[in-house]
Design a protein around this ligand. Structure first.
Ligand code: CP
Length: 305
């Protein structure tokens, strides 16, 4: 594939090829000399209009481990603050010879627009409340690594589904890969229209009822910056009904894992006991993010040649 804009772009063969390549990339990441010469002479631009810790840094590490030149472009401190448009910014990057642009933007659909303005590959690193496909790839990679498979898993995605691009991309990719998804949260934060994406997605407002059958419990950050009091009355009430703590973890099967894409609101959607428990894959997700993004860049920029 040339661009990675949506998890819907990924069929089983493509997602599996990315996962298998990420396994090979993980061996590179574990070596003393971590670099491959594969993308020497290629330029990867990280174009971030929204804050990021994990995604931006892991794309940077991934590109550097493949020997690409990396340009980190943050809207803060750039001519965007003087009013320069995305289109003019894209043309500027194009003129510098970008082979791939990794974009995070608050507007859903911005990565898609970018594909019309640059010749290189475009990778969506999160657009508004729409999608975050590399997060879904690294999350499913982590499930495969911990549980040995993806098909047939029961995955509960819990919390602020309404504002979550992570939930949307994971729901799409998990459906493609044969897992069963249950969206869990308060009615104000779980939209009914996810069924339009994947017809067999289940919805529950009762976390305690869902936990015993889940193989994976994926907690979502409550995105307080995107909502008002009507959605989210109080952190205490939210965490009483939908927060994952030690007592709730005891309802889970012995093999079941706890995931969170980060950043976490500790004490709101997840307690430290849950986040730091042996069930938690949160640190592994960050580590796997580098290997999975190496695999995406390697395959999309023609690394095989
Ligand atoms: N999971 C994720 O996208 O984290 P960042 O916002 O830190 O990139």
């Amino acid at each position: 594939i040339k661009h990675l804009l949506s998890a819907a772009d990924l069929d089983v063969a493509t997602a599996t090829e990315i996962h298998d390549t990420a396994v090979e990339m993980a061996t590179v990441s574990g070596r003393e000399v971590k670099k491959l010469p594969t993308l020497r002479g290629r330029t990867v631009v990280n174009l971030f209009y929204e804050d990021s810790t994990r995604t931006r840094t892991s794309f940077e590490v991934a590109a550097k481990r493949l020997s690409a030149d990396v340009i980190n472009f943050s809207a803060k401190g750039s001519s965007v603050e003087k009013g320069e448009s995305l289109k003019d910014t894209a043309w500027t990057l194009q003129a510098m010879g970008a082979d791939a642009v990794v974009i995070r933007h608050p507007a859903s659909g911005a990565p898609h627009r970018l594909t019309g303005w640059v010749d290189g590959s475009v990778l969506n690193a999160g657009d508004g409340t729409h999608e975050h496909p590399t997060q879904a790839l690294l999350d499913t990679f982590t499930m495969r690594q911990r549980l040995g498979r993806i098909a047939g898993l029961n995955v509960a995605i819990v919390g602020d589904v309404l504002h979550s691009r992570v939930a949307r991309s994971n729901t799409l990719l998990l459906h493609t890969l044969g897992a069963k998804v249950t969206l869990v949260g308060p009615p104000t934060l779980v939209p009914g229209n996810f069924g339009a994406l994947t017809p067999d997605v289940a919805i529950s407002y009762d976390l305690d009822a869902v936990l015993p059958d889940a193989d994976v419990v994926m907690m979502l950050r409550v995105q307080q910056e995107r909502m008002g009091a009507a959605f989210f009355p109080s952190a205490r009430e939210y965490s009483r009904r939908y927060g994952l703590d030690a007592a709730r973890m005891r309802r889970m099967a012995d093999h079941a894992i706890v995931m969170h894409p980060g950043p976490m609101n500790r004490g709101v959607e997840i307690t430290s006991e849950a986040a730091d428990s042996p069930r938690s894959t949160i640190v592994e997700q960050v580590t796997n993010g580098v290997s999975v993004r190496m695999a995406c860049l390697y395959l999309m920029l023609g690394g095989r040649a």
